[in-house]
Design a protein around this ligand. Structure first.
Ligand SMILES: NC(=O)c1ccc[n+]([C@@H]2O[C@H](COP(=O)([O-])OP(=O)(O)OC[C@H]3O[C@@H](n4cnc5c(N)ncnc54)[C@H](OP(=O)(O)O)[C@@H]3O)[C@@H](O)[C@H]2O)c1
Length: 268
């Protein structure tokens, strides 16, 4: 029987040390992609690399880095150039969340949200997209959120960073049309990861979320992989989340703010 051809595009996944990023790494490995894994926690990345090499026989390279540092994307790109590793799929997944009233959060926390969710993501694109465009081959998957579609009181800065990610991805998808490079935004709803566990610790009322509202990282990753490979511009995993985003797009902005505000006050 003829052997099925396996994709060979090397994928760089940020925030691969846990949650959705770890599930995305597993999914890409399962499909035969050589990987570069990035995050701060080197030990977790190395352990995942060993498991993925063993299980799927793919090459996995680890680059520990703190993406909150302004020069991190450039340093990462330079390190991979030195190793002659060309990135054909960039998965910008690393992200941080902080909840609470805007005025009660420390300025450093707002800055960290912007540094990781906005500046690092943009820096990664600025370094890794031009070579893809030159080769006329490449894919980008930016992890946004269902919070990208509407204001979210008590998650104001986080939601604003994710609106940025969605807007940037949509613009890029059009700019890159016919270039051989695609850009996709993955917009998960609430997902069972460390981010949610940390949010529940900070706000116990979130523990009462009904199960149908909480997706699994593996399901989100499967949808992300599909969207990335098919060049889908906006992917929202899960029927409930798709319904919520459709409803929010059809609702006048003033009403959306009131509903979001009242929901936030009830769970905040
Ligand atoms: N969970 C949800 O409900 C949900 C919903 C919508 C969207 N999202 C988005 O999904 C993405 C993944 O989040 P998750 O839920 O999987 O959370 P998670 O388990 O906390 O994972 C976050 C990842 O980002 C990495 N990271 C954080 N700060 C970093 C930094 N300064 N430098 C490098 N890496 C950093 C973390 O690794 P290290 O700590 O090792 O650095 C970790 O691998 C995020 O962009 C998040 O906004 C999550």
């Amino acid at each position: 029987m003829a052997k099925r051809a396996r994709p060979r595009e090397t994928a760089l996944i940020t925030g691969a040390s846990s949650g959705i990023g770890e599930s995305l790494a597993r999914r890409f490995a399962q499909e035969g992609h050589p990987l570069v894994l990035a995050a701060r926690n080197q030990a977790r990345l190395e352990a995942l690399a060993v498991r993925l090499k063993d299980e799927f026989g793919v090459a996995v390279h680890v680059e520990a880095c703190d993406l909150a540092q302004r020069d991190a994307p450039g340093a990462l790109a330079a390190a991979l150039r030195r190793r002659h590793i060309a990135i054909e799929v960039l998965v910008n997944n690393a992200g941080v969340l902080q909840q609470g009233e805007f005025t009660k959060m420390l300025p450093e926390r707002h800055q960290e949200l912007i540094d990781v969710n906005v500046s690092a993501l943009t820096g990664m694109l600025a370094h890794f997209l031009p070579p893809m465009r030159e080769r006329r081959r490449g894919r980008v998957l930016n992890v946004a959120s269902i919070a990208s579609f509407q204001p979210v009181p008590l998650l104001a800065t986080y939601a604003a960073t994710k609106a940025y990610v969605l807007s940037l991805t949509e613009s890029l998808a059009d700019e890159l049309k016919d270039s051989g490079v695609t850009a996709s935004a993955l917009c998960p709803g609430i997902t069972a990861t460390r981010m949610l566990t940390d949010a529940v610790q900070a706000n116990v009322r979130l523990a009462r979320l009904p199960d149908f509202l909480v997706g699994s990282a593996d399901e989100v990753a499967a949808e992300g992989y599909r969207a990335c490979m098919e060049g889908v511009v906006i992917a929202v995993p899960g029927a409930v989340n798709r319904a919520v985003t459709l409803a929010s797009r059809a609702t006048p902005k003033w009403l959306l703010r009131r509903i979001a505000g009242s929901l936030a006050r009830r769970t905040g």
